[in-house]
Design a protein around this ligand. Structure first.
Ligand SMILES: [Ca+2]
Ligand SMILES: [Ca+2]
Length: 601
């Protein structure tokens, strides 16, 4: 019996040896092949602010076309464009007057078709923004509804006023007004969860759902690779139209002081997404390539996970993970990071894809929330965590919010609807300033002949711009590029993830895959030097080699560290190490020993 065990052990060891000899560049492990979007990097372009080619101070499709090489250089999988559709621009494109045409600000439908084609040639997938909750008040449907066309009235949500002739209930809009407006000469109010120029569509009307599905078909036909679905948790409202509860009765009636139990996260909105996923899947089959659905909804963890599916039906391929935006702040410690990251991974349905978002057109930029000196550590974390990374334009060079925009110059309706005293609390303009390409006039965003740009360029562009960073091997941009390359390593695509809040407020995690390289990532959350013992992260570590580090790090690429029990990290430093020693083999050896012991006893 024991003799047999020894023979078996030798056999197993020989097998393990043979397995580890497999070369590391092919798909040489048992994990399923990833689909094109899994583990990808998606880059969000806010078209008004990317690149202007006709000197009107507003970015355009020709500008994006001209700068596609930047996306190739960065190495992204796909790009998603905030809306390019026809719009009176009351909410800068999120108020759409024709879902099937391009706004002249940006160019023509032909320009967009050419952009999609060019991006595809360059290997970049194209994701469009789909805004199903509302149309513009200048959309044909709304005009017809206003003209009492019986075919279109029910495309929108109309209600009688209350007994005093005021709005039907206390609902407030996200943009800090009543959520109801009564047009001149009308007896009823229409609902708008956003600006009054954005009437909510009525999804109780099956024709509306069918019309919106028709949009999906239209764009899939033109070859788009997927959609990011905007504000989906606002789609349905509760049919009772009751007042929403006030959180603090001592405070007034305003959006943030209400529990949105009747206007958000209704069951029917999830069903809508599950139904639309079927449309996506039909097109995936037809085009022999997955059509990707990503959904936007600010909600709690349980609500967010439901977008993935309900266990029977699939929903979104991934709902955006806003935890790094909503739950992490500059005072968060290593344990907070661990909690927020683990929570997503632990709650995600089996086989789901995680994703990490540091910023977008609605939320402050990462370099402003945490300081320029922490931007690199966030990049390192985001790019080495399991799953998808979403990059907001300018994040890759550490662009910062520009807060010095006066109330008079404020463009964002969410803030312009408030007043001089409080608009700064709500304005999204600071995160939407023009991309900083170089140190020439207007940061190279537009020509010097332009009178002005739609939002001012951040004055820090002279030092903070892409051209300067391209030349600098220690720039944030170079780091992003290198991180995106590093993600192609099978360990990052398929490997395990285990994190620890180490002593002295250092966050660390390992990424391992049998017979492949093993990595350790450490991030110092302190504004001062921190000591750490890497054995506490993984006791098998014997030696470390630096793969990538933050620009200011004292650790240079290829540095080898033998004393892994005593390391120091400078303030906010972050390092990706390749680890060697028994660490890489720990997993398979443990399994072997367990198998042998079970056999013996
Ligand atoms: Ca332009
Ligand atoms: Ca709605």
């Amino acid at each position: 019996m024991k003799k047999c065990a020894v023979v078996c052990l030798l056999g197993l060891l020989a097998l393990a040896g043979a397995k580890s000899a497999v070369k590391q560049d092919g798909h040489d492990h048992d994990m399923p092949e990833l689909d094109w979007w899994e583990g990808g990097v998606f880059y969000q372009i806010y078209p008004r602010s990317f690149k202007d080619t006709n000197n009107d101070g507003v970015g355009d499709i020709a500008g994006i076309m001209e700068k596609l090489d930047h996306l190739v250089d960065l190495g992204v999988t796909g790009v998603w464009f905030s809306p390019l559709f026809k719009s009176p621009m009351k909410d800068f494109g999120y108020d759409i007057s024709d879902f099937k045409d391009v706004d002249p600000t940006f160019g023509t439908l032909e320009d967009l078709k050419a952009l999609i084609k060019k991006a595809k040639e360059l290997g970049i997938k194209v994701i469009l923004d789909f805004v199903p909750n509302h149309t513009s008040d200048e959309h044909e449907w709304f005009k017809k509804a206003l003209a009492d066309d019986p075919d279109y009235i029910d495309y929108y949500v109309w209600k009688d006023g209350n007994a005093e002739g005021g709005p039907p209930n206390n609902w407030q809009s996200v943009f800090h007004t009543d959520a109801w407006t009564k047009p001149a000469g009308k007896s009823k109010y229409y609902l708008h969860q956003f600006d009054k120029g954005q009437p909510d569509l009525n999804y109780e009307n099956p024709k509306v759902k069918a019309e919106m599905e028709e949009m999906l078909h239209f764009w899939f036909e033109l070859g788009v690779d997927g959609f990011r679905i905007d504000a989906i948790n606002h789609a349905y409202e509760d049919a009772g139209f009751l007042d929403e509860p006030i959180i603090d009765e001592n405070k007034g009636l305003f959006y943030e002081n209400m529990e949105h139990i009747y206007t958000m996260n209704q069951n029917e909105s999830y069903e809508l997404i599950y139904d639309w996923r079927v449309v996506f899947d039909e097109w995936s089959e037809k085009s022999n390539q997955t059509k990707l659905m990503m959904t936007e909804a600010y909600a709690n963890m349980e609500q967010t996970m439901r977008w993935y599916g309900d266990g029977k039906r699939n929903g979104s391929h991934f709902p955006f993970n806003f935890a790094m935006i909503n739950r992490i702040e500059s005072s968060s410690n290593a344990a907070d990071f661990k909690e927020v990251i683990d929570e997503w991974l632990d709650n995600m349905p089996e086989g789901g894809n995680a994703n990490w978002v540091l910023g977008n057109h609605d939320r402050p930029r990462i370099a402003s929330r945490f300081g320029r000196d922490r931007a690199a550590s966030f990049a390192i974390m985001e790019m080495t965590l399991p799953g998808i990374a979403v990059v907001y334009y300018g994040e890759e060079i550490g662009m910062e919010d520009y807060r010095d925009i006066s109330f008079e110059d404020t463009q964002d309706p969410q803030a312009a609807n408030t007043n001089k005293e409080i608009y700064q609390l709500y304005t999204r303009d600071p995160v939407r300033t023009p991309f900083q390409w170089d140190n020439t006039t207007y940061a190279g965003f537009t020509g010097s002949a332009a009178e002005k740009t739609w939002l001012p360029v951040h004055p820090n562009y002279k030092e903070l711009n892409l051209a300067a960073q391209k030349e600098d091997p220690k720039s944030l941009f170079t780091l992003y590029k290198n991180l995106i390359q590093l993600r192609k390593d099978h360990t990052f695509k398929y490997g395990s993830f285990e994190s620890k809040a180490l002593v002295n407020n250092v966050f660390g995690f390992t990424r391992k895959l049998d017979d492949h390289k093993s990595y350790a990532v450490v991030v110092n959350m302190n504004s001062m030097e921190a000591q750490l013992n890497l054995k506490h992260l993984d006791e098998g570590i014997e030696k470390l080699k630096v793969v990538l580090s933050a620009p200011e790090s004292k650790y240079a690429v290829d540095d080898v560290i033998s004393n892994v029990e005593y390391l120091t990290l400078d303030k906010y430093d972050a390092v990706v190490f390749e680890m060697s020693g028994s660490a890489a083999l720990t997993g398979s050896l443990t399994l072997l020993l367990v198998a042998v012991l079970r056999f013996l006893f």
